[in-house]
Each structure stands twice: as structure tokens, then as C-alpha cells.
Design a protein around this ligand. Structure first.
Ligand code: COA
Length: 436
């Protein structure tokens, strides 16, 4: 009987993420629909788990269905012009009531500490307040948007103090003006501005509208500039997704490291996104300062230049220009302003389900900035898509770097036969293998 236990495997695979997320600041935005859903307690439990992992949390909630429900009781409804909502005096009253009610519900769920619930013995302090200063949208093209506003400033000092105390900050889509007025804001705008003001590590949008309305058309990874192109070429994208994409790309450009779009209705999607390698949603990141791309024949000279000093020191095996030219399609590289800063190659042994990671080299001026790791991650992903189960490397001077990234020492006999036959006994390289 196999002693593999999926729970233990899962826990071990999640451990690097638990360490990586501790002490980080995440802004999580969700719509009022999430709060109205019978499954909302499960989402709150997941959020409580993140808090328990030491993540500094800011929650931004929407209130649209709650506002609409109240307006309907007054025989009214929200009016939109050019995609912007108009907030008149009746709507503003409903906005305030809805924000109050949603806040109390979230606070109640985060206070739950009953035995035999996932929150047993947990008490999570929640703080809300006049964090956002807003201004009126005003009159645009002759339309007066009333109490609909835009974020002007975020009191990040106050938010940081709240997070330093270990509390969760709760942000309604409301803002206050120095004239004492209250403004109805879009939750995406509040989330974006807050993430930027806090220089957050992650901004996460939990989306209501999934496959049938557009997220299936999103790639797992998007650059901010690709988001702009997508918004222009896909005018029929659901308005919620478009608003979050726009806010996300903008946040990235203003220093937020990662923006995630996750389908809220998928049970556990938030945890999967944060604690598994491939996540479940769409990740938006800023323009890479440096590109990672397959090598072309024109790169041969630059790669030779990069490898030469390492070959002279015996760190890498010497490769002729001819060999490099024939094998260039196995190489990937990182490039910055036309300079090749790092390279690596993958040689498949499909029969054994193995591949060799070779020629990993980072330019000496550019070491220690995770380029090596980025190339390794990229090639691991490439290998996985080709059904490769194990990656091996032969090294003389870099054993610990590979061991620290999950490679295990192995014997020569663990290598594919073809590779064993080529082993250079004079070099005495050590063999390391990583299961993918
Ligand atoms: C090994 C190498 C690829 C790492 O690239 P990098 O972009 O600098 O690496 P990362 O930023 O991802 O990692 C940096 C860490 O690796 C460590 N490291 C660098 N070289 C190492 C080595 N030979 N052995 C063990 N650890 C090493 C650094 O000390 C640093 O760790 P720290 O932050 O804890 O101090 C790069 O140093 C290099 O090109 N070395 C020469 C070529 C080589 O050895 N290639 C492997 C051939 S098998």
C-alpha cells in the first residue's frame, strides 16, 4: 500500500507559500453579491485562514445588490449613464444603509469563534473608518452624477496602524469630503487606490461573473499592457471584469506587485490561487523590465560571451559555436535593453520522462536578483507541459543552489542511459534530480 497521503502532500506543497505570504499586505475586493450569498461564511473562513497565516488584510466590499434592494423598496432603481452610476439623495440614503448592514454582517462573521466551526477560538479584530477622502464626479457632458464620487486620497498611515495591530481593515465603497459630504464610490476604485497607497504586495479581485461572461477568455498571466490591448479589442467583456482589469493594470503600473482575478463562486478558489503553483485565476503583473524568451540564432554570440568566463573557470562544460547553433532552440534567456543577462537550456529524454537542465548561467553583474530562479521556474513549467516528470542537473560548484530549490542528490545510475554513456569521469560532476 502506498503511504502517500494527499493531505500531507498538500500541506507540504503549501508550505513555501505560507512562508512567502507571511507579513505581506493583500487587498481583497469582493462584491455585495458575495456577502448576500449563502456561501459567504466559507469565504470568510478562508479569509480568516489568511489572517491566521500572518497576512495583513484589507477587505474592500461592494454593496450593489443591497443598494438595489433598498431602492426597489422605494420604487426606485440605480441609474447609469455611460457606465457611471448616478447617486441622488434617495440612492445615497440606501448606499449608507447598505454599507452599514454589510459591515455589520462581515464583522459578525469575523467574530464567530464557536467550537466545531473553522473559526473555533478565533477572534479577528476588524476596523473600519473614514480612510478615504473623496471628491464628487461632478457634472460630465451635462449629466450631474450627484453623490457619486472618486477617490482623492487614502489615509495609508491610519490603515498601516490598523494592520500593525493585527486587525483586518474593512473598507466600504464610501468616501468622505472635507466639506463633510459622503460619496458613493466604486469598490474597484477603492481597492485600486488602497492597494497603491499601501504599496500592497497583492490586490485580489473576487469576481462574480465567471466563464459564461468572460473570465474564460482571460489568460492565466497578463501583463498590464496586454490588459490595455484586451480592453480595446474585447469591447463586450463583462463590465465587472473590465472594471477590475482596468483597476488591476493601473495598480500594477503604480507599484502593486501582483493583481489576481479569481472567480468568487468557485469553492476555495482564493486558497487555490494563493497556495498552489498554478493558481486558479488570472494574474496581472507590471511590464517586465526584462524579457524572458526563447533564444534565436542571432543570440549565439551573446550566449557564448556569457558562457565563456564560466567555461574557463570549469563551472560549465565547454560548448562550441557550432554545437550552440544546432541546439539554440533548447535555450531560453533573459534580456535587458539588448543585453543577454542569463540563459539556460533544457534537453529532453522523453523515454525516461526526464530532462536535463543545462547551461544555467547569469551574467556576473546581474546575479542575486532571482534571474536564475526565474529561468529554472520557466523551464520547469515547460518540462511539465511536455509530460516530463523529473529534471536533472550535473554540477561541480553549484550543488547547494540546486538543493535549495528542491533538487536531491542522486547516483549516476539514475540518469537516462544515453546521458550515463556521456558522463565525464574526469569532471566528477554531481547529479541532482527534482521531481516535477
Ligand atoms: C547559480 C546562478 C545561476 C544563480 O543565479 P542568480 O540569478 O544569481 O540566483 P538567484 O538570485 O536565484 O539566487 C541567488 C542565491 O544563490 C546563491 N548562490 C549563488 N551561487 C551559488 C553557488 N554556486 N552555490 C550555492 N548558492 C549559490 C547566492 O548566494 C544567493 O543566495 P542568498 O540570497 O541566500 O545569498 C548564478 O550564480 C550563476 O550563473 N553562477 C555561475 C554559473 C553556474 O554555476 N551555473 C550552474 C551550472 S550547473
Amino acid at each position: 500500500m502506498s503511504d502517500r497521503d494527499p493531505f500531507v502532500d498538500w500541506m507540504r506543497h503549501a508550505t513555501p507559500y505560507i512562508h512567502a505570504h507571511r507579513g505581506r499586505t493583500f487587498v481583497i475586493a469582493f462584491g455585495g453579491e458575495a456577502v448576500a450569498d449563502a456561501q459567504f461564511p466559507s469565504l470568510v473562513h478562508d479569509i480568516a485562514l489568511l489572517h491566521g497565516c500572518g497576512i495583513r488584510l484589507v477587505l474592500v466590499h461592494g454593496t450593489r445588490p443591497q443598494i438595489e434592494e433598498r431602492l426597489a423598496q422605494h420604487g426606485a432603481q440605480l441609474r447609469y449613464i455611460n457606465g457611471l452610476r448616478i447617486t441622488d439623495a434617495t440612492a445615497l440614503r440606501c448606499v449608507k444603509e447598505a454599507a452599514g448592514m454589510v459591515r455589520v454582517e462581515i464583522e459578525a462573521l469575523l467574530s464567530l469563534g464557536l467550537a466545531n466551526s473553522p473559526m473555533a477560538g478565533v477572534h479577528i479584530p476588524v476596523v473600519s473608518g473614514n480612510v478615504i477622502t473623496a471628491r464628487p464626479l461632478g457634472v460630465i457632458d451635462g449629466v450631474d452624477y450627484g453623490h457619486t464620487g472618486a477617490v482623492r486620497r487614502v489615509d495609508h498611515g491610519m490603515l498601516r496602524a490598523v494592520l500593525d495591530q493585527g486587525a483586518v481593515a474593512l473598507m466600504p465603497p464610501l468616501g468622505y469630503s472635507p466639506t463633510g459630504e459622503v460619496f458613493n464610490l466604486s469598490a474597484a476604485d477603492v481597492a485600486r487606490s488602497t492597494a497603491v497607497a499601501l504599496n500592497a504586495d497583492k490586490l485580489i479581485f473576487l469576481l462574480e461573473n465567471s466563464a459564461e461572461t468572460g473570465t474564460s477568455r482571460l489568460l492565466p498571466n497578463l501583463l498590464a499592457r496586454e490588459v490595455d490591448a484586451l480592453l480595446t479589442t474585447t469591447p463586450d467583456l463583462h463590465s465587472e471584469i473590465a472594471a477590475c482589469l482596468r483597476a488591476g493594470a493601473d495598480a500594477c503600473r503604480h507599484g502593486v506587485r501582483r493583481v489576481h482575478l479569481v472567480a468568487r463562486r468557485q469553492n476555495g478558489a482564493l486558497l487555490r490561487e494563493l497556495f498552489t503553483r498554478d493558481g486558479s485565476g488570472t494574474l496581472i503583473s507590471a511590464e517586465p523590465y526584462e524579457t524572458l524568451r526563447p533564444a534565436h540564432i542571432n543570440d549565439v554570440a551573446s550566449i557564448l560571451e556569457l558562457l565563456q568566463p564560466l567555461e574557463e573557470r570549469g563551472v560549465l562544460v565547454r560548448r562550441s559555436r557550432e554545437r550552440l547553433e544546432t541546439e539554440i532552440d533548447r535555450f531560453v534567456l533573459t534580456e535587458r535593453d539588448g543585453l543577454v543577462t542569463a540563459c539556460a537550456a533544457l534537453y529532453d529524454y522523453p523515454q525516461e520522462g526526464m530532462a536535463e537542465l543545462a547551461c544555467l548561467a547569469v551574467h556576473s553583474n546581474y546575479r542575486g536578483a532571482r534571474r536564475g530562479e526565474r529561468l529554472l521556474e520557466h523551464l520547469e513549467h515547460q518540462a511539465r507541459t511536455r509530460e516530463i516528470k523529473r529534471l536533472f542537473v550535473l554540477t561541480t560548484q553549484t550543488a547547494h543552489w540546486f538543493q535549495e530549490r528542491g533538487f536531491q542528490p542522486a547516483g549516476l545510475d539514475a540518469l537516462p542511459m544515453a546521458k550515463q554513456a556521456l558522463y565525464n569521469f574526469q569532471r566528477q560532476s554531481k547529479v541532482f534530480i527534482k521531481s516535477l
